[in-house]
Design a protein around this ligand. Structure first.
Ligand code: NAP
Length: 304
């Protein structure tokens, strides 16, 4: 039976460790602070940000939720970020994506002080990560590494194949795996003979954004499968394509009218040595690592 890598349990352990650090900092009169900037009314973003703010409260991290209106201009956002960069009670700045079309996201993310860039999106942090220097790494890929390490899955010397090369997931995941001495192959939409490459993976990371894209034929038996994908499915045909015969899941699907499938076909998990389920695998790590990054930023900024 493949081992299920329980992201909820690992995230809980990380959050407990963060809470201990927060208490230790409090004893020194320091309270890490996170500014969460949520523009407009994108329902999914609202849910994500509220859960980030709530987790801050649970762990003793100060948070400031800032909600500019949907029609804010890039210049006004830049002023907001400039103010947050100089605030001493703020250690981390989180700008929830996606931003409305009129806001230049790149310009804005580049304006965040790198030492407060708890999402790890600033080019300075990307460069530091690539150079193997201390850096605030993007939360989801950092979570992938935590899952592997805390589950005792060796990384050094393993062939890690990352499908997806986004700046947020694929590229930093590849860089973190490389920094941990994996032999890394990065694949993307222009990769030829993709299945030939994925079948070589000891660790296969899927960050594609296409439901069930990695089929059983693309997986080496016994491999560790890390599924970053989050895809909502709403039709019964799609449900049957991925979960036929799964009565418990079907009951939940019928009740809610939707379910989530990752980028790896659930049938492929049956071949794995270990895998992250969707939901409950990589997902919960993102917020845990955001909290860890905020505390790390608070310490780094004070030379601790
Ligand atoms: N908290 C979390 O768990 C979390 C966080 C972030 C993202 N996600 C999920 O992770 C997934 C990926 O997110 P992302 O932001 O990295 O997505 P993205 O920016 O859309 O990038 C997708 C990547 O997949 C590649 N790709 C697309 N079709 C492909 C194909 N047919 N063959 C090989 N590669 C292909 C693309 O290649 P090209 O570069 O050539 O276009 C691209 O590099 C999504 O499902 C997202 O919802 C989850």
């Amino acid at each position: 039976m493949p081992e299920i890598l329980d992201g909820v349990a690992i995230a809980t352990a990380i959050k407990l460790e963060v809470a201990v650090e927060v208490r230790a900092l409090a004893a020194q009169g320091i309270r890490p602070g996170l500014a969460a900037v949520l523009v407009g009314n994108v329902a999914a973003s609202e849910i994500y940000v509220r859960s980030k703010v709530q987790t801050c409260a649970e762990l003793g991290i100060y948070s400031d939720l800032i909600t500019p209106s949907e029609d804010i201009a890039t210049e006004a956002m830049l002023d907001l970020v400039a103010a947050l960069n100089t605030r001493d009670d703020i250690d981390g700045i989180l700008i929830q994506l996606p931003l409305p079309r009129q806001v230049d996201a790149k310009v804005l993310l580049d304006a965040v002080a790198p030492e407060k860039d708890v999402d790890g999106f600033h080019p300075v942090n990307a460069g530091r990560l690539q150079a193997g220097r201390p850096a605030l790494a993007p939360c989801t890929p950092a979570g992938v590494i935590e899952i592997l390490k805390r589950s005792g899955i060796p990384i050094a010397g393993q062939h890690a194949v990352v499908v997806g090369r986004s700046d947020i997931v694929g590229k930093p995941a590849a860089m973190l795996l490389l920094n941990n001495n994996a032999t890394v192959t990065i694949c993307h939409s222009k990769t030829r003979n993709l299945a030939e490459l994925t079948r070589q993976a000891d660790i296969l990371v899927a960050a594609i954004g296409r439901p069930g894209f990695i089929s059983p034929e693309m997986v080496k038996p016994g491999a560790t499968l890390i599924d970053v994908g989050i895809n909502r499915i709403i039709t019964h045909d799609d449900f049957d394509r991925y979960f036929a015969g799964n009565a418990k899941r079907e009951a939940a699907f019928l009740k809610r009218g939707s379910t989530i499938v990752g980028d790896i076909h659930p049938k492929a998990f049956e071949l794995a040595g270990a895998y992250t389920p969707v939901p409950g695998g990589v997902g919960p790590l993102t917020i845990a690592m955001l909290m860890a990054n905020t505390v790390r930023a608070a310490k780094m900024r004070r030379g601790l």
